[in-house]
Design a binder for this molecule. Sequence first.
Ligand SMILES: Cc1cc2nc3c(=O)[nH]c(=O)nc-3n(C[C@H](O)[C@H](O)[C@H](O)COP(=O)(O)O)c2cc1C
Length: 194
Amino acid sequence: MGCTDSVSPFCQLPTDKWQWHPSPLAGQIVYVTTRSDAGEVNLAPKSWVSMAAFHGPIIGFGCSRQHQTYTNATATGMFTINFPTAEQAGRAAQVADAPREFRLRASGLSLDGVRTSGVPHLRECPAYMECHLVKSVEFDGGETFLFGKIDVIAIHRELSSLPIEEAYARLAPAFFCEPGVIGELRPLTTTTIR
Ligand SMILES: Cc1cc2nc3c(=O)[nH]c(=O)nc-3n(C[C@H](O)[C@H](O)[C@H](O)COP(=O)(O)O)c2cc1C
């Protein structure tokens, strides 16, 4: 184990995720909005997020069961995933650390849809998905993966008519690599995968 064996082209990392330097798996940074039973909106950055199935379609994200996001999503059965640009995601650490009532201010973003019964989204983020919870998978250590059916997916109107490279440049997603390291997308060429 480790990097002392100079014969192998690989160097084994500890299985402890916190020790992955660098981590070969980056997670797209999203802002998850939820509502409590009492209707209060909560905002938290998450990055262990992935599409899970075409049929639904289903998206999932990893979340501690101690988090308000988990409490709200399981209580109401709803969550909204907002897709910030790299610039907007640059504040994710401050947002996560801020007291709940100051998180929106820390993000520099604003809520849209507060008056509806659903979960509001972030107006300035170029895209969002409104989801309802369909399944949660619990893991040891108080972690869980929440799966939601995407009921609504919306992007800023001007993105839909841009050339594809420009559209991705405007989406400009950011990726959590390891504490203190955020990566950005660099689209190269487009190929069709089916
Ligand atoms: C860039 C970034 C990515 C994060 N990704 C996750 C994640 O994927 N899952 C998770 O449970 N917490 C993640 N966190 C930590 C939560 O955002 C943080 O613990 C937050 O305070 C939880 O808020 P909540 O209790 O309102 O859900 C991340 C934090 C940052 C800054």
